[in-house]
Design a protein around this ligand. Structure first.
Ligand SMILES: Nc1ncnc2c1ncn2[C@@H]1O[C@H](COP(=O)(O)OP(=O)(O)OP(=O)(O)O)[C@@H](O)[C@H]1O
Ligand SMILES: [Mg+2]
Length: 370
C-alpha cells in the first residue's frame, strides 16, 4: 500500500497544498518551522483519526480559518481508496472513506496503517508505562478493530468502577455491588491482555533480530509483557478476578482501580539490563527503531498490505553507518521522511521535496511514478 497523493486545505500552516508521493522513499527537506512535521501530522491524522501531538483538534485548523480538509488517496493492492477528514472550529470532525461518511472513528483505523517515528518516540522506552501501553494499543487497534472497541469498553467500565469506588460510602456496600461490574471488567480486560500477549509474542523475535543486525551482533534485545503472562483466556480471567478482589480494600481507600491492563507495561532488556531505567540514550533510541521495524514487518504479515512509514527528523540522530543500515531495513516500504538536510549519498533513488513556508515542491525526481 502507498499514498499516491495528499491534498491539504487550511491545515496548520498550509493554506492549500497538493502533493503526489512516490511508492518508496520520499524525503521532505526544509529549514525549521516550514511545515515538515505538520505535513506528517496530516497523514497520521488520516490514519489514526487523531493527531500524534494534540487532542485539541481546533489547533489543527489554520489560524483565522473556520475549517480544514485533508484528502489522501491510497493505492492498495487491488484498488484505490480515498480518505477525507473534515475539521471544524466547533471541534466537530467528519471522516469519509470513498465519499461515504463513517460513523465511528474505529471504522477508519486500519484502513491506512502507519508506523510513526518522531524523536520524542524515544519516550516509548525511557518514559512511563503509559507510553508503552499506547504503543501496544495503537498498533493492535490498527491490526484488529475488535481490540479498539474492547479498549473503549474497558475505559468506560473502568470509569464506572472508579466512580463507584469514590462514591460508595461504606466498604460493605461496595463489596455487595462491585461484583456485577467486575464480571464485565474481567471479561473485557482478559481479552485485552490476551491480544497484547500475542502482539508482544509476534514482535519480540523480529525486534531482536533487527536490533542484532543494526548493532553488528553486539546487543541482544528482549521484550516481554509485564502483567499477567498466561495465554489461556480463562486463566487470565481467573487471575484478574483474584487481583481485583485482593485489591478492593486498597482501591476503595485510594478511590481508583490500581490493577488491570491499564497498569501493565512492557519490559525491555538489552543484554539482560533493563534499558527503561539503565539504557544509554543511544541504546534507547536504537531499541525504539528496532521495535518500529518489527511493527512494520508485523503489519505487513497480518494485513497483507505494506504499512506506510512516517519518520520525523530521526536521521540527524544517527551516524552515517547506522543511517544507511536503517534505510536499508525500510527500503521496501513507502516512507515519508522529514529532515533539515539530506545527504543524497544515503539513498540515491529517493524523491526529494523542498518545504518552504508551507509550500511543497518536488526538487528531484529519481523515479518513474507508478
Ligand atoms: N494552526 C496553525 N495555523 C497556522 N500555523 C500553524 C498552526 N499550527 C502550527 N503552525 C505553525 O506551523 C509552523 C511549522 O511547524 P512544523 O512543526 O511543521 O515545522 P517543521 O518544518 O517541522 O520545523 P522543525 O524543523 O523545526 O521541526 C510553525 O512555525 C507553527 O507556528
Ligand atoms: Mg518538525
Amino acid at each position: 500500500m502507498y499514498i499516491k497523493s495528499i491534498k491539504l486545505q487550511n491545515f496548520r500552516n498550509y493554506a492549500s497544498c497538493d502533493v503526489n508521493l512516490y511508492p518508496h522513499l520520499n524525503v521532505f527537506v526544509g529549514s525549521n518551522a516550514q511545515g515538515k512535521t505538520n505535513f506528517l501530522e496530516s497523514i497520521y491524522l488520516s490514519s489514526i483519526g487523531k493527531s500524534p501531538k494534540t487532542n485539541r483538534e481546533k489547533d489543527l485548523i489554520k489560524w483565522g480559518e473556520s475549517h480544514s480538509n485533508i484528502k489522501v488517496t491510497v493505492k492498495k493492492e487491488f484498488f484505490e481508496e480515498e480518505i477525507e477528514i473534515f475539521l471544524r472550529n466547533d471541534n466537530k470532525k467528519a471522516v469519509k472513506i470513498n465519499s461515504i461518511a463513517i460513523k465511528k472513528i474505529g471504522d477508519l483505523i486500519g484502513e491506512m496503517p502507519v508506523v510513526y517515528f518522531a524523536p520524542d518516540e524515544i519516550g516509548l522506552i525511557k518514559d512511563g508505562p503509559s507510553y508503552r501501553r499506547r504503543f501496544m494499543d495503537i498498533d493492535i487497534s490498527q491490526l484488529n478493530k475488535t481490540y479498539f472497541y474492547l479498549l473503549c469498553k474497558y475505559e468506560k467500565l473502568l470509569n464506572e468502577r472508579n466512580k463507584l469506588l469514590k462514591q460508595t460510602k461504606s466498604f460493605d456496600v461496595l463489596q455487595q455491588t462491585i461484583d456485577l461490574w467486575d464480571t464485565q471488567l474481567c471479561d473485557t480486560a482478559s481479552k485485552i491482555i490476551l491480544f497484547r500477549l500475542n502482539f508482544i509474542e509476534k514482535i519480540k523475535i523480529p525486534a531482536k533480530e533487527t536490533h542484532f543486525r543494526i548493532t553488528n551482533q553486539k546487543e541482544e534485545l528482549n521484550i516481554s509483557y509485564q502483567g499477567i503472562n498466561n495465554f489461556s483466556l480463562n486463566e487470565i480471567k481467573l487471575k484478574l478476578q483474584k487481583m481485583y478482589k485482593e485489591k478492593l480494600k486498597s482501591d476503595f481507600d485510594l478511590g481508583f482501580t490500581s490493577v488491570g491492563p491499564h497498569r501493565d507495561d512492557i519490559e525491555i532488556k538489552i543484554n539482560n539490563i533493563d534499558i527503561r531505567n539503565f539504557g544509554s540514550q543511544g541504546q534507547q533510541r536504537l531499541a525504539t527503531l528496532s521495535l518500529k521495524i518489527a511493527e512494520l514487518n508485523l503489519f505487513e504479515a497480518e494485513l497483507k498490505e505494506k504499512p506506510i512509514l512516517l519518520l520525523d527528523d530521526v536521521l540527524s540522530e544517527l551516524d552515517q553507518t547506522r543511517c544507511k543500515n536503517f534505510l536499508n531495513e525500510i527500503k521496501n516500504y513507502q516512507t515519508i521522511l522529514t529532515t533539515t538536510k539530506f545527504n543524497k549519498k544515503l539513498d540515491s533513488e529517493s524523491a526529494i521535496f523542498n518545504v518552504k513556508n508551507a509550500v511543497i515542491t518536488l526538487h528531484k525526481d529519481f523515479r518513474e511514478q507508478n
